[in-house]
Design a protein around this ligand. Sequence first.
Ligand code: PMT
Length: 412
Amino acid sequence: MRITLGVTGGVAAYKAAELVRRLQQEGFSVQVVMTRGACEFVTPLTFAALSGQKVITELFGDSSGGEANLESAIEHIAVAQRTDLLLIAPATADIIAKFARGIADDFLTTLYLASTAPVVVAPAMNVNMWNHAATQENVEMLRARGVKIIEPAEGYLACGMTGPGRLAGQEDILAAVHEVFKAQRDLEGETILVSAGPTCEDLDPVRYISNRSSGKMGYAVAEAAARRGAKVVLISGPVNMETPAGVERIDVRSAEEMHRAVAERFPAASIAILAAAVADYRPVERRGEKIRKANAPLTISLEPTTDILAEVAKNKGRKIVVGFAAETDHVAENARKKLSSKNADLIVANDVTAEGAGFDQYTNVVTLFSRDGRDLALPKLPKSEVAQRILDEILRLRTLLYAPAAARHSNV
Ligand code: PMT
């Protein structure tokens, strides 16, 4: 597990040095990121020596220019991708305000925006700064976004005042880290099959029929499931996407290849989420040579492909099978039809003509139609967040369908 520890500029910054050691003793690999303010209190060398890793302090590296600068300009993305949890200790009022308002003017604030990992914040500051309405409002904003805030401890503060503002104790911080990791690993033991991207149906050696799927939605689902502890098998059509960490990826091209791969891996899965935009039709004939241009209309005969979702869901037993519905009209009606005709447990419907939704967008606007009759309309969200909501809904549905007693108990 990889923790990125953000150290910001307060007197308590020195306490983060001991925290690095404790986290390492608990088996975490720790990458330290320091703000300029933090460097006024403790040197990066201290953290580099303790963590055994280069400490990141600048968004653009040193100012000498050249290749190294280009690398460091995108380093926040690389660090974001390998961060399993972002811990800020100590967190100043300034960093809390920047996180709350989405200001990205240094490495740590940019990393916060680029990361999809859970975030834990341990504030430490003067008591009046902590109690100030602005800080409290910012803290509430972060809480509402799912950030775990570790309340500062009460006591004598470096400024000479007494009250809440001391960095929480190491034990409290470690307990919060473990708690967040545990809550985030609710898919441990599951094997999740995800399909993503388009399929390409070849007409001849140079031409094919395809669609506009980029793979972003399916890859977001695969990444979120892996982060939550599932073993993920991702069956992907041709896309230009990085394989998410810890995910097994199988590349396919046509609907037929995708069908074979899904059918082969479905028996070992407990959950299947089929987000791929599979071709409904393929050319009856794939020509061995390039189709020559002629001065006459060209007719191409197409035949239906196998409906992979309907096929695997026929014998799904207690597996949860999720399909998507890419619609341009009558979204709810069509999605409900697909839910029953394909024997799915959940259909994630998107109106692909809506702004910020559907193909090749970083966001999506979806409604989740569940087998128990619930329709959950979500606002426009990043695809990473849509993925989390789909996984939450799957777990809710499975408890309801297959462990009804436990579900009733948890509703009491
Ligand atoms: O990849 P992105 O650019 O991020 O875009 C995301 C998306 C728009 C592709 C995604 O959100 C989405 O809607 N995926 C499903 C696209 C689709 O094929 O929808 P459909 O309504 O035609 O199919 C319904 C379901 O049946 C889908 O789960 C599909 O995977 C499945 N299907 C369809 C045809 C077929 N031959 N076999 C299938 O299994």
